[in-house]
Structure formats: structure tokens, C-alpha cells
Design a protein around this ligand. Structure first.
Ligand code: ZN
Ligand code: ZN
Ligand code: FE
Length: 764
């Protein structure tokens, strides 16, 4: 007997071939009816034998395309027959409650690559080839449901051949929304000071390759923004690029044609190689080989190089027959967000780039490249953006009310929630200027519309001066506003990342975050759950003379720590640091610090790393965030096993950790001629030992055995690995970040979890 069933599949990611999948299975079973994307999910209306429909539903649940992320499959039966005569995909309806998942951009797939380089194929060498399994998604979507008319591809009308593929259920471009070809789709342009060069796509790419090899700097429009590209093997253009971009030392990302070429410069173990070649195509931080011929200017002072493989057809064409890697850094001026619009790019980048390789497919949402590393075979996201966002982070709990969490300041992200999903935004950048703030606010509006979210709760950092805090407080009065302490958010973020809850020992080793006592925290131990974080130990406070200037000038922290450890007699120490010290400047700073004038107090572990780096004469002034600590990690001797000891004075509520013994021993070592590599390693190991010691104290009192590690300092792999090993050796269960960054890019997720828990527990 023929029956009719309506099936609603919720949570399906749009644009990954789910409807074609449904179509082909319905056809195979001779079911009649229709499938359509609606705002509440994919709706399937079928007629056929009851048992056939059962099999069909089972197939959907078990065999749907891997990227489709199905949340639920609901059905209703006993409906009047509609007497369908065939099965078809119908145009989308935009009715009802709008919620759907959206695919991140996906790197060019193997099938498309084959066509791209097949002279017989009609898309031979077409730089915008894509299909149901690959191509732009998040960056071109203006609204949902995901249909061509709601993407920036609506500017291009499909030619007959493209439309035939698009409408043919047996074609691999069936309903691939960005489908295009050289006849109907986007085109390349080359812009120079002399005007527009409008050759064929292939000639333009040939030309660009020549220019790059001649040492020119080219702005290349990609999928989520502009890159600035130059030859990675010659010093001259790399130096030029640094100068023009006002970027002194921060490492540049590199793109290479293949894993084999990456292997000429870096060690690439299996897990890394796999990730490099995945559809997400992140920048992977890899250990550099001593034999690499990449000049030091590409990544000064660090042992790693950030490599990615081509991820758009344009990249693949550019890198064909190119055995040299290219620098491909974000197309922006230092500290500004990445450019994504042609006019804007030519305005902002004209002093940096000699040429512009443009195309006329608009980018709706800018996204930077993602940065990841692999630790113990597991992915660890450092910057979560293209290829990752806007895929949600699944949580082990449900959000009672929708939350907007505004994040922190540096490496800013925001987060919106719904049910058991947290939509952590792509990387926005450092929220320090209006340009970035605008991009932040636009991003929030876009996410709200795309995922049809209307948050009732706004979570934000305690720091009153963060632009994200000001943004949160300027929102509608009707919304519930929840301030979340920075390091509580870090710990909560790592808990969500690992899908755990309940009480844990939270270790936040960080740069700076506003504390509940108004001081700048960053070396903190907590007993925490989502709803509360009780501080149980912290680094002793020291002044930061000059405030923000003490962050840019680690020598100030070095002098502060030396003065605290040895008194003013530190100036008599036979130490290269002291000899190089500007005594006059220090005298001023010393009295500033003594009277606490413009000298906020801090318990930051990041600042202690800065101090040690400068005492070792590695870095007195930094050119980017974390540079002193990164260089300190870079020199650490991997074979060293002993460390120094921190002092620990037990307090009533909070223990205070005293770094003076560590400073004293390190200085003694330096004066004894112990190599800096050993001093650095010993310092790292002392921090790891400190963490174990405090964790053991807590365990013996409170019987907690789970340790959660978060905060920017744990980007330091040498520290992270030693800490994990030592904790595990003592039987602790250790949790670290993988899906969201341990740095402030993960803060918004933690804020959302804390706000939710506070509301659920009735505390707000
Ligand atoms: Zn493809
Ligand atoms: Zn076409
Ligand atoms: Fe932080």
C-alpha cells in the first residue's frame, strides 16, 4: 500500500550535497515526491511502500554525506496522498523558523583538480572551478536558505551548459550553487600602476608567476580576502614586504605546491601531512629543518614555519610548475583587518603591492586563513577561521537562553549559541581600532541573520576598556548582561572544548586579564566549574611600570623582577642585562613603580616569561604579542630535565607564588656561564613543576583529579608538553585545547558557557 510521509531533517549543513543524496536514493527506490531546503531544515515529502520509506529514512540517518552534520530526523505519516508522479528537488521556501548549519569554505577537491588540468575539459584552467564537494561557501553567503540567489554568485547567470549540469541529478554539480565556467562565471584581472591588464585567465596567471619570480609583491584576491604574495626564497622581496607592511618580525605564512616541497623545509609527520592536504587547508605550524633555504626574514627568531597548500583553483594554477614556495600573508596593514573588497584593497594596499590580481566574485564575509598545529597526533587550533568557521562547536550541555558572548580584545572572536551549539565566529583580529570593531559588529549581525539567532543574554569581559565590553554594554537594555572574569572564561572554554563539566582544577597561565580585584591577572589557579571560579593561588603581584608600555618592553619587567629579588643592589650584578640597562630611564620607572604611578599590578605568567627572556638578553622590546616568550621557548634545550623551585606561601584563602627564588637561581646560572638554552629550559620546567605542586595541594584537600590548562602561555608547546607529562605521571587527568584556541580567541566560547551556567543556577 502506498503511503505518504513528510520527513524533516534538522541541522543539515547546506551546500554539501545533501539534497542530491536524498534525490538519488529516492530515485533508486522508485519513491515519488520532493525535497527542498527550508529554513527549519531539509523537508522531504515522499510517497511509496511503507517499508521502502523506512529503508529510505534509515539510509538518510546512516549514510548521509560526511559534512552534513544531521541533528535529528523527524517524520509525520497518515497524510492524504498528494499523488506525486516523480521525485524532484524544488526551489527553497523561506518560511518558518530559520535555522540551519552552514558549511565553511572547502579546498578544491580531486575531481575538480582533474578537470582543471584536463585540456579536453570545458573548464580546463578555469580559476573558479568548483562542485558540490568543494569551493566557496561561508564567504559568499549573504542570507539563507543557501541558494545561488542568496550568494554573491547571483551576479553571474549560468550559461546553458552550466545550468544543464546544475539541474542534472546525476551530475556532480547538481545544485552546486557556485557552479560557473569561463563562459558565464567570474574572471581574473591584473591591475598595475599602468592600468588594467585584461588578457585571458591563463595568460594573466602566467604573467603573475613571472612577476613573482622577478621579486614583485602581488596582492592576490582569494576566497576570504586578499593575500600579499612574494617569492619566499629571496630575501629582497621579503624584506620589502616587511617594510611596506610595517611588520618587523611576525612570521609570514607560506604556500607551497605540495607536501614534498614543504618537506624540503620542515619535518612533516603523517598527521601533519594529512591535515595539510585536508579540505580545510589550514596554515600548519611545522618544525623547521636546519637545511631549509627559506631566509630567516620570513620567520625571524622562531623554529617553526607556517605552511599551507593551495586551496583555490587559482592557487593550483599559480603553483603549477612552481617549485618555489611563496609568502602568502594576510593582505592588510599591520593591526588592521584583512581586505576583502577590490576598491578597499586597492586603496589600503597600493603602497604595499606592485600589482593586484583581482576577480569579480564578491567576498561577502572576510575570513583569514586558519592556523593550527598538531600535538600528540591531535589537532590544536591556534587561529580558527577559514575552513573551520562557521561550523558550530557541539556542547555537552544545552544553552537555556541564546547567548551572545563578545570575547576579549586580542585575537577577538564572538560566539552565539543555540541549544547545544556554540557558533564561534571566525578570527576577527585585535579589537583595538574602529575598523576592526566595525568588522566585529558586522560579523555579529551576519551570524544572527544566518543562523536566525536573537540572543537574550550578552556576556562580556570584566575589563572596562575593551571595545568588546563597550559594545556589549551599548546593547539593548532589555538584554541580560553578564560580566565574566577573563580567566574563568579561559578555563570554561577549555572545559567546553573537552566536553566536560563539574569541578576542576583550573590553571590559567596567560598574558593579561582583568581580575575581580581590579588587578591584572595571568598566573592563576582556580577550583572552577562553569558557574564559579574560586582563585586558590596566584603569582605574587608586581608592578608594570608604564602599563601597556611594559608589555611592549619586556626589559621593564626584567628590571622589576631583578629589583624585587635583589633590591637596588641588582645594579651591581655582573650581568649583561644590567650592563645594557638604561639606568636613567630605570630610575624614573623605579619611582613610578614604587609609588604605583601608571604601574598596574599584575600576577601574569606571560610577564614573567617576558622578564626571563629579557634577563637572558633575548628580547628587550617586542614587535608582536608574545614575541619574547616565543623566542625564549625557541632556544630551550629539549634534553634538560631539572628546573628551579618557586616559593609558595600558603595563605588563608589564596596561596601566593613567589618567583624570586626562580629569578635568583636563573641569574646565578647566567653568571656561572650556564648556556641560555639550559637556563630557558630550567625556567620552563620550574613552571611545569609549580603547576604540578599546586595541583597536588588541591588534590589532597579537595580530591579533585582533573586539571584544565588554558590561557595564551600554553601556546608554548615546550611548557605544555612538559606540564602534561608531569601531571599525567602523577595520575592527573589533563585537559588542553584542541577545537578552540588556548589564547583569547577561545574566550568568547568560555564566556557563553559561564553566562549560561550562571543563569541556569539562578545566580543571575
Ligand atoms: Zn570539487
Ligand atoms: Zn557556464
Ligand atoms: Fe587571555
Amino acid at each position: 500500500m502506498t503511503i505518504r510521509a513528510q520527513i524533516t531533517v534538522r541541522g543539515v549543513v547546506q551546500g554539501v550535497g545533501f539534497r542530491p543524496f536524498v534525490f538519488s536514493h529516492a530515485q533508486r527506490r522508485a519513491l515519488k515526491g520532493q525535497v527542498l531546503n527550508s529554513s527549519s531544515g531539509v523537508l522531504i515529502d515522499v510517497e511509496g511502500e511503507a517499508c521502502t520509506i523506512e529503508e529510505f529514512i534509515k539510509e538518510i540517518k546512516t549514510n548521509s554525506p560526511p559534512l552534513s552534520l544531521i541533528e535529528s530526523v523527524e517524520r509525520s505519516v497518515n497524510l492524504d496522498l498528494a499523488h506525486y508522479t516523480d521525485f524532484r528537488i524544488v526551489e527553497s521556501s523561506a518560511n518558518g523558523r530559520r535555522f540551519t548549519h552552514m558549511s565553511p569554505d572547502v579546498g578544491t577537491c580531486d575531481d575538480c583538480l582533474k578537470e582543471l588540468f584536463d585540456p579536453q575539459d570545458r573548464r580546463y584552467q578555469y580559476p573558479f572551478i568548483n562542485c558540490t564537494n568543494c569551493g566557496p561557501r561561508f564567504t559568499i553567503i549573504e542570507d539563507i536558505p543557501y541558494d545561488r540567489a542568496q550568494t554573491t554568485m547571483r551576479d553571474f547567470e549560468m550559461c546553458r551548459a552550466c545550468r544543464a549540469e546544475y539541474e542534472d541529478p546525476n551530475d556532480r554539480r547538481f545544485h552546486a550553487e557556485p557552479t560557473a565556467c569561463a563562459v558565464c562565471g567570474p574572471k581574473l584581472y591584473l591591475l598595475s600602476a599602468n592600468g588594467l591588464d585584461t588578457g585571458g585567465d591563463a595568460e594573466i596567471i602566467e604573467r603573475v608567476r613571472d612577476l613573482l619570480l622577478k621579486g614583485r609583491i602581488i596582492a592576490i584576491k582569494g576566497i576570504g580576502g586578499f593575500h600579499l604574495a612574494c617569492d619566499a626564497l629571496s630575501q629582497e622581496p621579503v624584506q620589502q614586504l616587511r617594510k611596506r607592511k610595517y611588520r618587523e618580525d611576525k612570521p609570514f605564512a607560506i604556500m607551497a605546491a605540495s607536501v614534498e616541497i614543504v618537506r624540503q623545509h620542515c619535518f612533516v609527520p603523517d598527521a601533519e601531512s594529512h591535515l595539510l592536504q585536508s579540505g580545510r587547508r589550514p596554515i600548519l605550524l611545522l618544525d623547521r629543518k636546519p637545511t631549509s633555504t627559506i631566509p630567516p626574514e620570513v620567520a625571524p627568531g622562531v623554529n617553526t614555519l607556517g605552511f599551507m597548500l593551495p586551496y583555490t583553483p587559482l592557487h593550483h594554477l599559480l603553483f603549477r610548475n612552481l617549485d618555489r614556495p611563496l609568502v602568502m600573508t594576510s593582505g592588510n596593514v599591520s593591526n588592521e583587518p584583512i581586505c576583502y573588497d577590490d576598491d578597499e584593497a586597492s586603496k589600503r594596499l597600493h603602497k604595499i603591492a606592485d600589482y593586484f590580481l583581482l576577480h569579480n566574485r564578491r567576498i561577502h564575509m572576510r575570513t583569514d586563513d586558519s592556523v593550527v598545529r598538531v600535538r600528540e597526533g591531535q589537532e590544536m587550533v591556534v587561529r580558527r577561521s577559514r575552513g573551520y568557521a562557521p561550523a558550530p562547536i557541539k556542547t555537552a550541555f544545552t544553552f537555556g537562553r541564546q547567548v551572545l558572548a563578545c570575547g576579549a580584545e586580542l585575537k577577538s572572536t564572538f560566539c552565539l549559541t543555540r541549544h547545544s551549539y556554540a557558533f564561534v565566529s571566525h578570527h576577527i583580529g585585535d579589537l583595538e581600532n574602529l575598523e576592526t570593531l566595525r568588522s566585529f559588529a558586522e560579523g555579529i549581525t551576519h551570524f544572527k541573520r544566518l543562523f536566525h539567532l536573537e540572543p537574550e543574554v550578552v556576556a562580556y569581559d570584566l575589563h572596562p576598556e575593551y571595545l568588546s565590553t563597550k559594545y556589549a554594554l551599548s546593547q539593548d537594555d532589555g538584554l541580560t548582561k553578564v560580566a565574566v572574569q577573563h580567566h574563568h572564561a579561559h578555563i570554561a572554554s577549555c572545559m567546553v572544548d573537552n566536553q566536560i563539566d563539574g569541578e576542576v582544577i583550573g590553571v590559567a597561565m596567560d598574558g593579561l586579564g582583568f581580575g575581580t580585584d581590579g588587578r591584572m591577572w595571568g598566573g592563576e589557579f582556580f577550583v572552577a566549574d562553569f558557574a564559579a571560579a574560586q582563585r586558590i593561588a596566584h603569582l605574587a603581584y608586581v608592578p608594570m611600570p608604564g602599563g601597556a608600555k611594559a608589555i611592549r618592553e619586556p626589559w621593564r619587567m626584567a628590571a622589576v623582577y631583578l629589583q624585587w629579588t635583589f633590591g637596588d643592589e641588582f645594579l651591581d650584578l655582573n650581568l649583561p642585562f644590567v650592563k645594557g640597562l638604561d639606568k636613567r630611564c630605570w630610575t624614573t620607572l623605579r619611582s613610578m613603580a614604587a609609588t604605583r604611578t601608571n604601574s598596574p599590578e599584575t600576577s601574569s605568567m606571560g610577564r614573567l616569561f617576558d622578564a626571563v627572556s629579557s634577563i637572558l638578553r633575548l628580547r628587550d622590546i617586542v614587535n608582536y604579542e608574545g614575541q619574547a616568550a616565543i623566542e625564549l621557548e625557541g632556544i630551550a634545550d629539549r634534553h634538560c630535565t631539572e628546573g628551579y623551585d618557586f616559593g609558595l606561601s600558603l595563605g588563608n584563602a589564596e596561596d601566593v607564588i613567589d618567583a624570586r627564588d626562580v629569578i635568583r637561581r636563573a641569574v646565578g646560572d647566567i653568571m656561572d656561564g650556564v648556556p641560555p638554552a639550559i637556563v630557558s629550559a630550567r625556567f620552563h620546567l620550574s613552571v611545569a613543576r609549580l603547576i604540578v605542586a599546586v595541583a597536588e595541594n588541591v588534590r589532597s584537600e579537595l580530591r579533585l583529579n582533573r586539571v584544565v590548562l588554558s590561557g595564551g602561555v600554553f601556546q608554548n608547546l615546550f611548557l605544555l608538553e612538559r606540564t602534561c607529562e608531569m601531571l599525567r605521571a602523577r595520575g592527573f587527568q589533563v585537559f588542553t585545547h584542541s577545537r578552540v584556541p588556548t589564547n583569547d580567541g577561545g574566550i568568547s566560547l568560555g564566556q557563553a558557557a559561564v553566562a549560561n551556567a550562571l543563569i541556569k543556577s539562578g545566580r543571575i
